[in-house]
Design a protein around this ligand. Structure first.
Ligand SMILES: Cc1cc2nc3c(=O)[nH]c(=O)nc-3n(C[C@H](O)[C@H](O)[C@H](O)COP(=O)(O)OP(=O)(O)OC[C@H]3O[C@@H](n4cnc5c(N)ncnc54)[C@H](O)[C@@H]3O)c2cc1C
Length: 307
């Protein structure tokens, strides 16, 4: 691994790889370090990315990494992670844990594109359905589930709002709070008026075979038949490695960035889900990566950018 570069990109999802492409074309020397655990790894197909609707998540990354091979000034190291980042001289020094060894990289600028980790609701066998018939992003996956009886499972106060959104795609929706007190009476009445039912009992287990959801069994033993649905995970940005730099984070732990991707720390930038107020989509993350790349280049030559 090159030990001194213009830009270190932490995270090789659509945000990081899109930034790498644009920085490479701007003749910056770039190292991408990627633990290679995409947030959408659970799903078989990704939707909504122009020209790649339906592409498997790892295939999108493989195509992006293949394009980067023609830029000798860009290195991509997968299954490696940045363990820490510290100030050093006029830049940053990163400790990189590789597959076999630990090394350090000095970079003038750093782009953080590490995405989010997800914690699913407390339901024993929920993982077996996630990414197959149970998803978290309506914009990404509701088309394939439209007009079927669906479940929405979550334990957070935005559950009623998400139910209103998912009701665009089905007339048969049951909201499962899994015993959490997160849908008030007014919201329940409004949902009921549009045919959405709220089930407040804790979930005992999900029923179905090989990821195909057929029902939700609640604590009393009743089974509500469904053919798929959505969960509301809790999202946590992966930013522990920034403890020594301490950029501003919002109340949910996301990196605070301006509209150009600049953080509160000079020459530290953010793009993608790690720097958004909520989870986004692949093409949004890629767009943010491209914009951050342009801003990094402009900042490096002292241009006040219009991005
Ligand atoms: C089940 C599911 C299905 C989805 N389906 C769709 C869909 O169909 N269409 C769509 O547009 N969006 C979809 N999404 C959302 C989409 O996956 C995200 O919006 C997108 O991946 C965000 O891109 P990113 O580059 O910010 O982060 P990610 O794609 O999560 O990439 C971040 C990368 O950084 C790495 N990383 C983390 N910490 C470190 C570290 N310290 N050092 C090095 N590397 C690190 C991670 O391992 C990962 O590889 C889905 C999400 C889920 C959960």
């Amino acid at each position: 691994m090159t030990d001194s570069v213009d830009v270190l990109i932490v995270g090789g999802g659509p945000a990081g790889l899109s930034a790498a492409l644009n920085l490479g074309r701007a003749r910056a020397s770039v190292v991408v370090v990627d633990a290679d655990r995409p947030r959408n790894a659970a799903t078989l197909r990704s939707h909504g990315f122009l020209t790649r609707d339906g592409v498997p998540p790892q295939e999108l990354r493989r195509l992006a990494r293949a394009e980067l091979l023609q830029y000798p000034n860009v290195e991509v190291h997968v299954r490696s992670r940045v363990a820490s980042l510290l100030f050093a001289g006029d830049g940053f020094i990163a400790e990189v844990e590789g597959r076999r060894e630990t090394s350090t990289v000095f970079a003038r600028s750093v782009l953080v594109a590490t995405g989010l980790r997800e914690t699913l609701p407390e339901v024993p066998n929920i993982r077996g359905f996630y990414g197959i018939t149970l998803f978290s992003c309506a914009a990404c996956d509701a088309w394939e589930l439209q007009d079927r009886p669906l479940a929405l499972i979550g334990e957070t106060p935005d559950l009623a709002a998400r139910a209103r959104l998912i009701a665009r795609w089905t007339k048969s929706l049951t909201v499962f709070t899994n015993g959490a007190d997160v849908v008030d009476a007014a919201d329940e009445a409004e949902l009921a008026a549009s045919g959405v039912r709220v089930e407040r009992e804790p979930i005992a287990e999900l029923e179905g075979d090989r990821g195909a959801l057929t029902g939700v069994k609640v604590a009393s033993g009743a089974v509500i038949p469904v053919e798929g649905g959505f969960v509301r995970p809790v999202w946590t940005p992966s930013l522990d490695f920034l403890a020594g730099i301490a950029p501003s984070l919002d109340e949910l732990g996301h990196l605070v960035v301006d509209r150009s991707g600049r953080t509160s720390v000079p020459r530290l930038y953010g793009a993608g889900d790690a720097a958004a107020p909520g989870p986004q989509q692949l093409i949004v993350a890629a767009g943010q990566g491209a914009r951050a790349a342009a801003v990094i280049v402009h900042d490096s030559v002292g241009i006040v950018t219009a991005h």
